[in-house]
Write a protein that binds this ligand. Sequence first.
Ligand code: SAH
Ligand code: SF4
Length: 378
Amino acid sequence: MKSVPVKVVAEHGPGSGKINLLGLDRQALEGFFAELGEKPFRVSQILKWVHARRVISFDGMTDLSKALRQKLSEVAEIRVPEAVMDQTSADGTRKWLLRLDGANAVETVLIPEKGRDTLCISSQVGCALECSFCSTGVQGFNRNLSTAEIIGQLWYVNKLLDEEEPGRQVTNVVFMGMGEPLLNFKQVVPASELMKDDHAYGLSKRRVTLSTSGVVPYLNRLTEVSDISLAVSLHAPNDALRDELVPINKKYPIAELLEACRRYIADKPHRRITWEYVMLDGVNDSDEHARELARLIRDIPSKVNLIPFNPFPEARYRRSGDQRIQQFSQILSRAGLVSTTRKTRGEDIDGACGQLVGKVADRTKRRFKREQRLQAVE
Ligand code: SAH
Ligand code: SF4
């Protein structure tokens, strides 16, 4: 493992009161430029400068008039994240700690594979949902990331990759870092729109994946506004066990979740749901669990992603053995389900699924905040 402090990309002082253009998607920029009395074509120009060319000073935006650049610098800024740590795992997985305000920091993880570079981004500092096998859940919830802080992770990593290896860019984004993205719906959706926007990052809808533990009301809202790929953290084939592992299941049980998933892909041809299933020794990994899982999802276009459990200090589970995982996967294949076993990456830098803990400054209000978040969903 290699760990290096990194140079600061741009100063990012305390809030200046100016609007941060990094966090505005096409729709928000249209409103912004309309208010300035500018023509709509400015939107694509700005998206290109900020996200594709990563120019963060208005002076460098040479196809904007001097007067407009001046106006922009008075009301707006482009504030990008700053990394305080850059770690590379023995297997090439790389993790950055990006500083937000004050004591908060968030982790973002790059998983290089043949032909693609997948970035695993965070949507919240911590998580309120307390899944029993997840270190992010164990540490509690602090706050939502802004759209700028979410897209800033991609901005930052693309900039670095391009500097290190000209032309190299992130090819896939997964919302599988810290946090439950659907509980930060308002900020996550515009960030995902920016990822897909041809003038910003131009990623196809198949290359942007939101992973959720199943916050059904927001999943229904996502169905109305988005076409990104969906991964669902199922982890158990029945409510009794899922209630224990993924407590939000008590509120939105499996039948409701599955119904929302069916609706999500209903008008999207050739789409399927990726089901994530963490393999916990002696808990959810028996032959019967595999058969039950196959029966549960057989009428939904699906792919199952088996994730060997990644341990962390307070964890009360063990990872299923390799043979058990193989046997589980074979039962799924015999039932006609496509299943893959996720290779565990970046363990030596705590960059694997469920090992991301970031830094949470204030845990005292954890319970209270959790209840607030859950109420907000209703
Ligand atoms: N909150 C979202 C996305 C972040 S978690 C969700 O739950 O889907 C990303 C994935 O990592 C989820 O499938 C989650 O269940 C899984 N995960 C969490 N902790 C893990 C652990 N300790 N080992 C393996 N996978 C884990
Ligand atoms: Fe939150 Fe996802 Fe971890 Fe559950 S698995 S606690 S929803 S981050």
